[in-house]
Design a protein around this ligand. Structure first.
Ligand code: G1P
Length: 875
C-alpha cells in the first residue's frame, strides 16, 4: 500500500503524495459544506451544485489546474515558496482532516485542512518555522480563488456571470455576493455570500488584499503573479473597478522576521452562506489559534465516536484501520450523493434510488433507531406502475430523474425489498408493512412510455378519482413493485431491461432488452415475500389492497398463462391503463390467497430461468437479451461472453441449483478472475462495441462497467457464495477486494473505491455502494451474526485466514439501546471453516436448536446490562 497507519484511529501517512492523483473528502456531520482536497491542496469547496466557493474541479484538474488550489505564497529575499508545490511532502490524513508537512531549505511547513464537525466552514491552518540559524524575513500571502456560482457556469456564461460579482472587503477578509444567479431559464436575485476570512496567530488581521484575479496577476499570471513577484500594493478598500471581476481571497499578511526555530501560524476560514450572522457566529467560534485547535481535536473525536457505534477488532492493525475508513464510506455517500468529489463530476447531488437503500442497510447496523422513518419515507417514491422516482434530495424529497429524462431502471424494486427484509429480520416489526403512505406521481406514466404534457401538480403525490390523496400500506407498495415486473416481460418471457438494470451501462436496449439477471432477483423476492406474509398471517388473516391490483393477482380471478409472454403483456397493459386514474377503492384479500398467488408466480419464473437460461455447454447463466432480441452471453465466434452480474443474481436468488452454482463458480474463476490480480472482472472482453445492449461496452476494457474489478458486484459475489455455503470461495472474493485495495498498484488511500481498472488502480473514491455491502456481508455472513425476526442466529463462516494469525476476533454493535459485544475464539489453524464448539451468553450456555444457535431477543432483553457479552468458541 502507498500509506502507513500510524495509530489505531485510522490515521495514515503517505510520503511524497503528489505522485498519485488523490483526494480526500472533508465535510461536517450533516454535509453542510462539501470539500475535496488533494496533496496539491486542489479540489473544490461547495454547498451544492449551485454554490461553489472555489472553481469546480474534476479529477484531472487536481494536478493540472492551478486555479483550483488553496494556495499560499511565502516570499523570502529572492525566493518564492508556493505551498501547493511539493517539497519533501508527507501527508497525514485522519477523520476528517488532511495535514501536509513539507520542508524547504529554510522553512518547515505544516498545512492543516478540516471542516469542524459542527460548522459549515473549511478551516486552513498554515504553520511555518524557521529551520535556519539565521533570522528570516518572510512576506506571506494566501490565495483562494473565488468562483461564487453554479457549476454549470463553468461553460455557460463564465465571463458574463463574473460581471455579476460584487465584493466587500472587511477587516478580516472578503465577502463575494454576486448580484444575481445567472440562469437563462430564469434569473434570480442572489442571496448567498461566499467568504474567506483570515488572521495570523496573534489574531492580527491581514494587512491588505488583492481581491480580483486581475489585480493579483497584474501583468503576470497564476504562475508568476505580480502580487507576489512584483511590488503590487495590497488594498484595504474596495475600488469600483473590482466590481464585475473574477474574485479571489488573496490576503497579504504583515511581513515578519522569524528568529531561529521561531514559528508562526496563519488561519483561513472559508464558506458559503445566506446569512451573515452565520459567518459571524462561525468566526467567533474559531477566531483564535486555541479555538481552532480545540475544534480540530473535537472534530477527530466526534468522527471516531460516530465510527465506534459498530466496531470490529480482527487484531490486525492494517485491516482494522482500513475497516474504519470503509465504515465511514456509507455516510460519505449519504452526504455527498454520487456527486461532488473529483471523480464524480456529474449528477446534481441527491442520492440515487439504489444508493438510498444501500445507505439504509448500513444505517440498520449503525443507527437502527433511525431506519424505520427512513424506510417509510423512501417507499413514498414508488409509483403506481411499480417504477419510482430516481433521486431523493437531502431533505427527503423525490425527483423523477436528475437529468429530466423519462426512464426506468428495471432493478429498482429489488433493493427496497432486500433492505426492508433486513429491517424485519432485525426488528420483527411487522406493523411497518401495514403503515399507510402515499405514492409518487409525476408526469411519467406506464413505466415511462407515456408523458402527461402540462403536468402541473406540485406535491407529486398520487390522487384518486375524487382528488383525495391515495394512501395504501407499505405492503401494497411492495406488491405493486413486484407484480408489475412479473408481467413486464419481453419476447423471451424474461423481465424487460427497460432503460438499464443495476448495471447503468446496459442502457441501449430499451425496447427489446431483457434482464435475466434481475429476473432471478424478482423470483427470489416473490418467494421471500410469501415467507413474510406467512409471518404476517399470524397477526392478520385479511388485508386490503387497491381494487385494480386484482388484475395482477390473476390466480384469484382470471388466471394468465405464465408461459405466454403476450398474455402477460396484455394483462400488464390492462393494469397500466386502469391505474392511469385510480378509483381509490380497496378490496379485501385473504393473506393465504395472496401467498398462493405469489408462490405460483415465483415458482414459474424460477423454473423458467433455471432451465432456459442455463448455458449447459459453457457452465454459466445467460443474463441478458439485447435490443435485437439476441442472447448476450455464451460463446460467440470462439469468444466467451460472460457477465458477473448474471451469475451473482442466479446464485444469490437461491434459484440456481447447487450443481449449477458449483459449475458457475468454476466458470467465474476461469473466465473472470484476473491472471495477475486476485480480483474478478465484471465481464469478459466482448471485443467490440455493443450498441444493441449498452454504452458500457464502449469504455476501455477493464474500466467502469466494461469489465472493471467492480467492487459492488464483487462484494455481492462474496455475499452470494456465503449464502450458498461456499465459505472458502466467499472469503477468496472478500479478500480479493481487500488485497486489491491495499496493493500499492491501487494507488489509493484506505477505502473501497468503486472499481479497480485493468492496471489495478482504484478509481471513484469513497462514494460507492460496495462499502455498505461489505460491512453487511462481514457482519451477516462472515461473522454470521444473523438477525431472524428479532432473534440472533449465530452462524459464523470463519476461516483460519480471517484470524490474521491471532486467536480472537471481536465485534460490537448496537442492539435495542444496548451494546452487544461478541468475541470469537479459535485454537489451532484449520483448513476447513471453523464450526461452533460452544457459545456463552454472559455465563449462560446457548444450546443448539433446529436452526442452529439461536439467541432469543426475549433472552437478551431480560439481561439487565448495557453491554452484553457473547462468547463463541470455535473448533
Ligand atoms: C455505481 C452506481 C450504482 C450502479 C453501479 C453499476 O455503483 O452508483 O447505482 O448500480 O455503478 O452501474 P457504486 O458506485 O455504488 O459502486
Amino acid at each position: 500500500m502507498i500509506y502507513k497507519f500510524i495509530d489505531d484511529k485510522g490515521t495514515f501517512v503517505v510520503e511524497n503524495p503528489h505522485r498519485y492523483n488523490l483526494y480526500l473528502p472533508l465535510t461536517n456531520q450533516d454535509g453542510g459544506l462539501l470539500s475535496a482536497i488533494s496533496p496539491h491542496l486542489a479540489g473544490d469547496i461547495k454547498l451544492d451544485n449551485d454554490h461553489f466557493l472555489t472553481p469546480p474541479a474534476s479529477i484531472e484538474d487536481l494536478r493540472s489546474n492551478l486555479l483550483c488550489r488553496r494556495d499560499f505564497f511565502i516570499r523570502l529575499d529572492r525566493e518564492t515558496i508556493r505551498l501547493s508545490y511539493p517539497s519533501k511532502d508527507i501527508l497525514e490524513a485522519g477523520f476528517l482532516y488532511q495535514k501536509i508537512t513539507k520542508e524547504t531549505k529554510r522553512i518547515s511547513i505544516e498545512i492543516l485542512n478540516f471542516v469542524p464537525y459542527n460548522l459549515a466552514v473549511e478551516v486552513m491552518r498554515v504553520s511555518l518555522r524557521n529551520r535556519t540559524k539565521k533570522r528570516l524575513k518572510i512576506i506571506p500571502t494566501s490565495f483562494i480563488p473565488l468562483y461564487g456560482r453554479s457549476e454549470k457556469n463553468l461553460r455557460d456564461h463564465r465571463h458574463v456571470s463574473s460581471l455579476l460579482n460584487r465584493i466587500q472587503l472587511d477587516k478580516y477578509g472578503i465577502y463575494l455576493k454576486p448580484t444575481m444567479v445567472f440562469d437563462e431559464k430564469g434569473h434570480k436575485i442572489n442571496e448567498s455570500t461566499y467568504f474567506v476570512l483570515g488572521f495570523e496567530d496573534t489574531a492580527r488581521p491581514p494587512e491588505g488584499q488583492f481581491p480580483t484575479l486581475d489585480y493579483f496577476y497584474g501583468q503576470g499570471d497564476l504562475v508568476n503573479p505580480d502580487a507576489i513577484e512584483k511590488d503590487t500594493k495590497p488594498v484595504n478598500k474596495k475600488i469600483p473597478e473590482f466590481d464585475g471581476k473574477e474574485a479571489c481571497a488573496a490576503f497579504r499578511f504583515g511581513a515578519r522576521t522569524l528568529k531561529k526555530n521561531e514559528s508562526i501560524e496563519y488561519f483561513l476560514i472559508m464558506g458559503v452562506t445566506k446569512s451573515r450572522d452565520e459567518i459571524e457566529k462561525a468566526f467567533r467560534k474559531l477566531n483564535s489559534p486555541k479555538k481552532i485547535e480545540k475544534s480540530f481535536q473535537e472534530t477527530k473525536k466526534n468522527w471516531l465516536n460516530y465510527l465506534s457505534q459498530v466496531n470490529f477488532n480482527f487484531q490486525d492493525k492494517n485491516f482494522n484501520n482500513w475497516l474504519l475508513w470503509v465504515k465511514l464510506q456509507p455516510l460519505l455517500r449519504k452526504l455527498f450523493g454520487c456527486s461532488f468529489l473529483p471523480h464524480f463530476d456529474y449528477g446534481k447531488g441527491g442520492r440515487g434510488w439504489r444508493d438510498l437503500w444501500q445507505d439504509v442497510l448500513t444505517l440498520l447496523i449503525t443507527e437502527p433507531h433511525k431506519a424505520r422513518a427512513l424506510i417509510l419515507n423512501n417507499f413514498k417514491g414508488v409509483r403506481i406502475d411499480g417504477s419510482n422516482a430516481t433521486v431523493i434530495t437531502k431533505d427527503g424529497a423525490f425527483i423523477s430523474d436528475r437529468n429530466r429524462i423519462s426512464r426506468v431502471w428495471m432493478d429498482h424494486a429489488i433493493w427496497p425489498y432486500l433492505t426492508l427484509r433486513f429491517y424485519l429480520n432485525k426488528t420483527a416489526d411487522l406493523n411497518i408493512l401495514l403503515e399507510e403512505i402515499p405514492y409518487f406521481r409525476d408526469q411519467q406514466f406506464k413505466r415511462a412510455q407515456e408523458i402527461e404534457l402540462g403536468f402541473q401538480q406540485k406535491d407529486f403525490v398520487l390522487r384518486q378519482k375524487n382528488n383525495k390523496i391515495y394512501q395504501a400500506s407499505l405492503l401494497e407498495h411492495l406488491l405493486i413493485q413486484h407484480l408489475v415486473e412479473f408481467f413486464n416481460v419481453g419476447k423471451h418471457n424474461i423481465i424487460r431491461l427497460e432503460n438499464a438494470d443495476w448495471n447503468d451501462g446496459l442502457d441501449m436496449a430499451a425496447s427489446e432488452g431483457e434482464s435475466v439477471a434481475f429476473s432471478f432477483m424478482y423470483a427470489h423476492n416473490l418467494k421471500d415475500l410469501t415467507l413474510v406474509l406467512a409471518k404476517l398471517k399470524e397477526k392478520r388473516k385479511n388485508i386490503t389492497l387497491l381494487k385494480e391490483l386484482s388484475l395482477l393477482l390473476d390466480t384469484l380471478g382470471s388466471p394468465v398463462a405464465y408461459s405466454d409472454y403476450r398474455a402477460k403483456q396484455r394483462r400488464l397493459a390492462q393494469y397500466l391503463e386502469r391505474t392511469n386514474k385510480i378509483s381509490g377503492q380497496k378490496i379485501n384479500i385473504k393473506v393465504d390467497s395472496l401467498i398462493a398467488d405469489l408462490e405460483k408466480k415465483s415458482q414459474h419464473l424460477s423454473e423458467w430461468l433455471k432451465e432456459k437460461e442455463w448455458l449447459a455447454q459453457d457452465g454459466f447463466f445467460n443474463g441478458y437479451y439485447d435490443n435485437q432480441v439476441r442472447r448476450a452471453e455464451g460463446r460467440l465466434k470462439g469468444k466467451v461472453r460472460m457477465i458477473l452480474t448474471s451469475q451473482v443474481c442466479a446464485m444469490m436468488s437461491q434459484i440456481a441449483t447447487d450443481e449449477q452454482v458449483r459449475k458457475t463458480w468454476g466458470s467465474i474463476k476461469r473466465y473472470l478472475q484476473d491472471k495477475n490480480f486476485p480480483g474478478f472482472h465484471l465481464n469478459t472482453d466482448f471485443g467490440s462495441l455493443y450498441p444493441a445492449l449498452g454504452r458500457g461496452f464502449s469504455f476501455s476494457y477493464g474500466d467502469k462497467e466494461n469489465g472493471a474489478f467492480f467492487n459492488h458486484m464483487s462484494v455481492m459475489l462474496a455475499y452470494a457464495l456465503y449464502k450458498r455455503d461456499l465459505s472458502k470461495e466467499g472469503f477468496m472474493v472478500m479478500d480479493s477486494i481487500y488485497k486489491m485495495a491495499t496493493n500499492s498498484q491501487a494507488q489509493i488511500y484506505p477505502m473501497i473505491p468503486e472499481y479497480f481498472n485493468a492496471q489495478g488502480k482504484g478509481l471513484y473514491h469513497y462514494l460507492t455502494g460496495s462499502a455498505s455491502w461489505y460491512i453487511y456481508t462481514l457482519l451477516q455472513e462472515v461473522l454470521g451474526l444473523r438477525f431472524i425476526w428479532g432473534d440472533i442466529l449465530l452462524k459464523p463462516r470463519l476461516l483460519s485466514e480471517n484470524f490474521f494469525h491471532h486467536h480472537k476476533i471481536e465485534a460490537r454493535f448496537p442492539w435495542q439501546g444496548k451494546c452487544l459485544k461478541v468475541a470469537f475464539f479459535r485454537s489451532a489453524d484449520k483448513k476447513k471453516p471453523y464450526e461452533i464448539k460452544e457459545i456463552f451468553l454472559e455465563q449462560r450456555k446457548i444450546l443448539s436448536c433446529a436452526y442452529g444457535h439461536l439467541i432469543k431477543s426475549s433472552l437478551l432483553k431480560s439481561i439487565n446490562k448495557k453491554e452484553i457479552t457473547i462468547k463463541i468458541y470455535l473448533k
